[in-house]
Write a protein of this length. Structure first.
Length: 338
C-alpha cells in the first residue's frame, strides 16, 4: 500500500454558541479568525501551514463535525477512497472550503473523516509576516498561544476494532494501547500517520451514541509555553480540568480545559518522535501511568465525558461498567505507585 495520509489538517466542531466559542479561541487560546463563511468561522494557530485548522459551526450540541487528514498525494486521495469503499463504506466527494475536491465518509463507529490533497498554504503579509521564511506567520503575541493543531481523540465503543479498521484501511500506525489492570478491556489507543506519537487517539465510549469525540489538542513548543497557557487561562477565569502533567504514553506534557460549548481542549508539548515503520505497540496498564505518568493524582471524573453528551449528564449514567469507571477514575488506588 502506498502511504495514504500525511497529517491531521483541521477539525470542524459544532458549538451552540459560535460567537462565544470563537471569542474564547481568539482571546484565551490565541487563535486568529481567517474567514467567516455563512455561519461557519475558520481559525488558525500562528504556526499552522495552511489557511485554517479549526472550523466552528453552529450546532445544538458540542460535537466533532469532521476530522480532516491531508493525503500524501493526489493519487493517495483516490486510493484512500477506493480502500474505504472496498470495505463497504460509501463516502461522498464534495468541494471543500480551501481544500478542493475532498472525500468525506463516516467510519464504522460513526466518526466523520474528511480526506483531501489540495490546501491553501498560508503566508502572512505586513505586520503579521515572520522574518523566518519557513513560518507562515510571526509568532503570536498571545502568551502561551499554540503553534499548531496537534491531534484529535475520539470515543469509540470498541477501541480495538477502531484501531484495526483505521490501520488496515488507511495505514495509520498503531503506537500504544492501555488495557485495564483488572480485566482485558482496551480503554485507550493511539494511532499516527507520521513521526508524532499520535495524531489520532481513541478512548473507550461507554455510551450508546456513535461518533463522539473526547477532545482535540493544540501543540505548544515547550513546557514553559504550556505553563504560561495555564497561567493565562487561570487569570482569565477558565478552570483547568486536568494537568499540567505528563502522559506515560507518548511522554507528552498535557493540560486539559473546556471551551464555552463544554468541548474539551488539550495543550500538548514534548514527547518522543517515532519513525519506526514496524513499530510494535506496547500494551500499558493504567497502574504504569499510561495517562498520568507521575501517578500522584486521580483523573477527574469529568474527563470521561465525551461529546455530544451521552443521554445522561454524568459518566455513571452513560452506562460505563463499574470496573471500567473505577479504573478510569482512579487507576492508582489499587496499584500504589507500581
Ligand atoms: Fe490528547
Amino acid at each position: 500500500m502506498i502511504k495514504l495520509l500525511s497529517h491531521l489538517s483541521f477539525v470542524a466542531i459544532t458549538s451552540p454558541d459560535v460567537e462565544a466559542s470563537v471569542e474564547f479561541y481568539e482571546k484565551q487560546v490565541g487563535l486568529t479568525v481567517v474567514d467567516r463563511i455563512g455561519d461557519d468561522v475558520y481559525l488558525r494557530c500562528w504556526g499552522d501551514y495552511y489557511r485554517y485548522s479549526v472550523v466552528v459551526k453552529p450546532g445544538a450540541e458540542p460535537s466533532l463535525d469532521t476530522m480532516a487528514w491531508r493525503t500524501s498525494s493526489p493519487e493517495a486521495l483516490e486510493e484512500a477512497a477506493k480502500a474505504i469503499e472496498a470495505k463497504g463504506v460509501q463516502g461522498e466527494w464534495f468541494e471543500g472550503q480551501g481544500i478542493g475536491r475532498a472525500y468525506r465518509f463516516v467510519g464504522p463507529q460513526g466518526h466523520s473523516m474528511t480526506l483531501h490533497w489540495d490546501v491553501e498554504h498560508f503566508h502572512a503579509t505586513g505586520d503579521d509576516a515572520s522574518i523566518y521564511p519557513d513560518r507562515p506567520s510571526r509568532r503570536s503575541r498571545h502568551l502561551g498561544a499554540p503553534r499548531q493543531l496537534d491531534h484529535v481523540t475520539i470515543a469509540a465503543r470498541d477501541v480495538d476494532a477502531f484501531v484495526a479498521w483505521y490501520t488496515e484501511v488507511l495505514g495509520f500506525r498503531f503506537m500504544a494501547r492501555t488495557v485495564l489492570d483488572e480485566a482485558p478491556i482496551s480503554v485507550f489507543s493511539v494511532l499516527t500517520t507520521n513521526e508524532k506519537s499520535h495524531d489520532l487517539g481513541v478512548v473507550l465510549d461507554g455510551s450508546t451514541r456513535d461518533g463522539r469525540v473526547n477532545h482535540y489538542a493544540f501543540w505548544v513548543d515547550q513546557r514553559e509555553d504550556l505553563l504560561q497557557a495555564a497561567d493565562v487561562l487561570m487569570e482569565n477565569g477558565t478552570p483547568m480540568e486536568y494537568g499540567p502533567s505528563i502522559h506515560g504514553i507518548g511522554e507528552q506534557n498535557f493540560l486539559y480545559f473546556r471551551e464555552p460549548s463544554s468541548l474539551r481542549i488539550e495543550m500538548n508539548t514534548g514527547g518522543y518522535r517515532n519513525y519506526v515503520p514496524d513499530w510494535q505497540a506496547n500494551t500499558w496498564k493504567p497502574s504504569q501511568g499510561s495517562n498520568n505518568f507521575y501517578r500522584n493524582s486521580a483523573m477527574p471524573m469529568s474527563m470521561t465525558e465525551s461529546f455530544p453528551p451521552a443521554d445522561g449528564p454524568s459518566a455513571t449514567e452513560e452506562g460505563v461498567p463499574d470496573e471500567i469507571k473505577d479504573a478510569l477514575l482512579n487507576p492508582y488506588a489499587q496499584h500504589g505507585r507500581g
